[in-house]
Design a binder for this molecule. Sequence first.
Ligand code: GUN
Ligand code: FE
Length: 434
Amino acid sequence: MPTIQVFEGNIIHCNKIFSIEVIENGFIAVQDGKIKEVGKISDLDNFKAKHSDTVIKETRLNEWQILIPGFIDTHIHASQYFNVGLGLNKPLLQWLDEHTFPLEKQFNDTKFAKKAYNAVVKQTLSHGTTTASYYATLHTDSTLLLADVAIEHGQRALIGKVNMTNNSPVDYIETPERTIEDTKQFIKEMANKKNSLVQPIITPRFAISLTIDDMKELGKLAKEHNLRIQTHLCESIGEIAEVTKLFKKDYTQVYMETALLTEKSIMAHVVHLSQAELDILVKQKSSVAHCPSSNFNLRSGICDVRRLITAGVNVGLGSDISGGSNIGIVDEMRYAMIASTALSFQKDNYEPLNYTEVFYLATLGGAKALVLDDVAGNFEIGKEFDALIIDLKAENATAEFYTKYTPLEMLQKFIYVGDDRNITSVFVGGKKVK
Ligand code: GUN
Ligand code: FE
């Protein structure tokens, strides 16, 4: 007999851009991993009567719990997890040379890769990341392994084999032929997995690591296979100076001319962006992964998210492990508010992002940025049930209670003082993964 799972309680999600919807005493019915119905508890009997030929399994949340969509990490280097918290007193390019590349090199060893990827997928899931857009390393075998690990643990993921052919360490670089051949092989083997949880994403590291010709080839590959693209753009002043020196043009123009800016492209950081460059992003309908903790750690600068959103750019949040130091998106929401508040001190009449706005970035905003909003990001009927049960009374000393709170107050408390201990259940495609 078919089964429908029904979750009952206080539900919060974003129904459209920057708009939060609270369904007090609501329910969500889930069948085959997808959302079948959303309504008020008062309509539940009606729903049950209509599905009397179906087994209904009910999960009732208590008054200290809320049901929210899973978080979306739009930019995370799975391969850098072991470096989290290290080397963060150095600027980007030095940090890459001294900390990042030496670690990433080691992923030629698939045993090492398996250990690292198991850890990062488990940790991100436990912190509520139901979808992640991952950078792996240059190594095809290890990168395919990351896809297997995501499938095994039940996480939705975009998986990127990184491309680097220029200005890179002698033992962490590919030839132009190799980078394209390996990427083609990677795309083919990802398709062979025949699992809708994981998809490949074209991942040129950043302009500095590639030639114009190699970027063009990757742009072509993305177009040929209709794939998403992820890379870094305008992250730090030193990096931008290097790009300008190498290519004699704007950073954004480099990606524009190599066909890397598409409707399915997600650019990480985008801290220092001229108006002309913003106009290009808008015209190309490319998205931005805002990585506030990384931008503070590596002293890259502050991304003006309000400016991007006002211009019409889709923005999501990224942990940018290990430039970022937070494995979970809850912390990135806080950093995003702090970054925005810091900007407001410097600008007149600047409204900093509030907790509902960063909640949007962490959920529906991220789904839109990754062009996954047909499957995830909120509780729209027909989407996959990617959800978190947040329990304010879980073992977390910061959540003390003396009175009853509204669902929105509970969300606010969770965003400001909660952590993974408050995330008591995680569902991806209706399957409980924590
Ligand atoms: N730019 C190029 N590679 C990287 C990376 O690994 N992390 C960050 N934060 N920026 C980059
Ligand atoms: Fe990054």
